[in-house]
Design a protein around this ligand. Sequence first.
Ligand code: FEO
Length: 400
Amino acid sequence: MGFKINEKVTWVGKIDWELRKFHGDEYSTHRGSSYNSYLVKDKKIALIDTVWQPFSKEFVANLKKEVNLKDIDYIIANHGEIDHSGGLPELMKEIPNTPIYCTKNAVKSLKGQYHQDWNFVEVKTGDTLDLGENKLVFIEAKMLHWPDSMFTYMTGENILFSNDAFGQHYASELMYNDKVDNSELMQEAIKYYGNILTPFSPLVVKKIEEILSFNLPVDMICPSHGIIWREKPLQIVNKYMEWGKNYKENQITIIYDSMWNNTRRMAESIAEGIKEADKDVTIKIFNSAKADKNDILGEVFKSKAILVGSSTINKGVLFSTAGLLEMIKGLEFKEKKAVAFGSYGWSGESIKFITKELNSAGLEVINDGIKVLWSPDDTEIERCKEYGKKLVELILVELI
Ligand code: FEO
C-alpha cells in the first residue's frame, strides 16, 4: 500500500523482505531491500520509477488504489535496470501512450530489455517538467551506476529522487533515516557503496560537486532502495564524498582459504604480529570460502591494506580466492596496500598467482608475500608473526 511522504508525494513501491541475493548471486542482501516508486500528485501527476518485475502485477494493483492510472500524465524512469523498470510492461499495458521521461541511454536500455516502442521523451541535465505548482528538474548521472542513470529533483518540496545513489539494500517499514537503527543503516549504505559504486568513485565526486554547485535546497533524498534520508539528508552526500575519495580506515583485512588449516594458521599468526606492532589497528580475518563475499568486499573497501592467502592447488589457488580476486579487480580499489600468503606442499604457486592478480587489480603490492612449506612449525609460526610486524612498518613507511 502507499505511504504518504507529504501532501504531494506518496511512496508506492515494494518492500522485499525475502530478498537475500541481488544481481543474480552477486550481492548479498541480509536485510532484504525495497524498490521505491514515488507518485507525485500536483496539477499534473507523475510516477517516478517502478518496481522489480516479479512484483509488477502487485505494484499496478496497488497503484490503482492511489490513482486512476489514466490520470498519470508522466512516467519518469530514472534508470533502466529491471529492479526499477520491471513494472513498466504491466503498467504500459494499461496506459500505453503515457510519455516516459528518461535519458537517451535509458531509451536504449529500456528498448533493449523490453523491446517496446513506448512514448519516450529524452531529457538532459537542466531539462524541467512543469507539474503545475512544482517542477521536476532532471540531472543526468551517467555511470552512477549505469550509463542511463539520472536524478530527478522536485522544486518547492526540495526532494532529490536519486535512484540507486544514496540507496541501501535495507527493508524497513519505518521508511526514514531518523527512525531506523542508524548502525544498521550505515552498514548497509557503506556496503552498497563499496560493492557497487567504488569503480565510479571519481564520477561520484564530480557529480556531487556539480549538484552542490546548483545550490539547490535539499529537504529530503528519496533513493530507489531502502530508507529515505529526511533528517540531515546531506549527511549521506557528505559520506559519499568521503567514500569517493579513496576511502580507508585504520584497518587491515586478512582474507584466506585453506585446505588443511595451514594457511589459516598463517593468517592468524600474521595477525598476531600485526597486533603486537600496532595495538590500534583494526584487524579483520575472513575465510573467503565461508564468509559472505560482499561483506568481505565491504571490509576491503574500509581497509588501508589487505592480505590475501590461499593454499596452492593444481599450481594455482583455491576457488574462493580466485573468485574474490576477480571481484576485487572489478571494483578498482585505489590506494590500498596488499600482500599474498599461503602454504604449499611441493610447488607453491599460490602466492605468485595472488601477487599477480593483486597487481593487476591496481593494489599496491608491498612485497613478494610469504609462503610456508607443509604445516607451519613453531619456527614458521614465528616467521609469520615477524612478517606481520614488519608489514606494519612497511605500511607506515609507504603511507609517509
Ligand atoms: Fe537498483 Fe541499478 O538498479
